[in-house]
Ligand binder design. Structure first.
Ligand code: AHG
Ligand code: MN
Ligand code: MN
Length: 341
């Protein structure tokens, strides 16, 4: 393999400038948002990497709005992202997993609304397993001269203007879309810069990996049980059995699915009748990324991004990944709909 010439290396900053110059009308506000999120991500990445050697690691003794224990790093990430968004002065409202209500920023007429999961997979922090940050950006539909109203925050995922995630893994990776494909960047720690690693990533049409918390098997619908059994059956012609992979950090599981293909599922179950994962700051942004890379994301019935939200923290089941795998599990769900077993 030949080394990439130095001149071909493109930083996130340069990429933003290049993309903006293709749209002469663009005011550069979205670019500013991405820049700010990129900076917050670098700061979070640094803290995540040294978590084990500072006292920031561990529970801070409080619970978040969902009654789950919050780690200090969740709060650190939340604060970093909120202050980055406050700095650019174009965002009026932030909705975060870590805050019960809508956080109103000082730019109350700001055009943008940002949803985020500041640290996803935080139960994995203690064991040095990959975690991530997720963000989803909407434009207000109201009058920008007036302060933003809460109701403006409840928009379906198909109205996202941009979305992305940062994965703090063996390297730190940022994935981003504005609806024209997905670009990937990798943080070069020696330069402190996100470098473009893939201008337009595409998910394989089919993959041989399934990703689900199988411990909940007994409380799944029959169609899902049958599909997972199908994945496990031996059939060399169709490349089965598939491999099971489940990290327990959605960002990391989705990133693997994006690159290698396959399917990630978090269904509804007895413990989570509406599913566990959050529509607005987990499923919609990751659904947008996967769709923009050529994949699919459904709740088992309809496209995730077409769900009309009625609450900022609402949950949804999700079936997401390579288009052929998602279509296939949907066939099973239809075939066995309403049956138990
Ligand atoms: P968070 O850490 O933001 O609360 O999210 C955890 C989520 C998600 O990342 C992961 O896919 C899922 O919880 C794992 O849940 P189970 O442990 O129930 O499989
Ligand atoms: Mn999460
Ligand atoms: Mn979280």
């Amino acid at each position: 393999m030949t080394a990439q010439p130095e001149s071909k290396l493109i930083t996130l900053e340069e990429f933003i400038i290049q993309s903006q110059s293709k749209f002469p009308g663009a005011k550069g506000e979205l670019s500013q948002l991405l820049r700010d999120i990129g900076l917050a991500a670098k700061i979070i990445s640094r803290e995540v990497n040294k978590a084990g050697i500072t006292n920031i690691l561990g529970y801070d003794g409080t619970k978040n709005v969902h009654g789950e224990s919050v780690k200090k790093l969740d709060l650190f990430a939340d604060q970093q992202l909120i202050s980055a968004l406050e700095r650019s002065g174009i965002t009026s409202m932030v909705i975060s997993e870590e805050n019960d209500g809508i956080v109103k920023l000082s730019c109350e007429g700001g055009k943008y609304i940002v949803y985020m999961d500041p640290l996803d997979g935080s139960s994995n922090i203690d064991v040095n397993v990959s975690i991530g940050s997720i963000f989803s950006i909407y434009m207000r539909d109201g009058d920008f001269d007036k302060p933003a109203k809460d109701a403006e925050a409840l928009q379906p995922g198909n109205r996202q203007v941009a979305a992305g995630y940062v994965l703090y893994g063996s390297s730190t990776t940022l994935a981003y879309t504005t609806g024209a494909g997905v670009s990937l960047f990798t943080l070069d720690p020696s330069l402190g810069e996100f470098m473009l690693s893939d201008r337009r990533v595409e998910i394989p049409k089919h993959g041989r990996i399934y990703s689900i918390n199988e411990g909940s098997y007994n409380s799944w619908d029959l169609g899902l049980k049958k599909y997972i059994k199908y994945c496990q059956e031996e059939d060399p012609e169709t490349g089965r059995p598939y491999s099971a992979r489940y990290i327990g950090s959605m960002v990391a599981d989705i990133h693997r699915t994006l690159i290698k293909g396959g399917i990630f599922i978090y269904p509804h179950s007895k413990n989570y009748p509406e599913g566990k994962l959050r529509l607005m700051y987990e499923c919609n942004p990751l659904g947008f990324i996967i769709e923009q890379a050529g994949g699919m994301a459904t709740d088992g019935k309809i496209r995730v991004m077409d769900i009309e939200p009625n609450a900022i923290h609402q949950r949804t089941p999700i079936y997401i990944g390579s288009p052929e795998n998602v279509e296939h599990v949907m066939d099973f769900l239809h075939e066995y709909e309403g049956q138990v077993g």
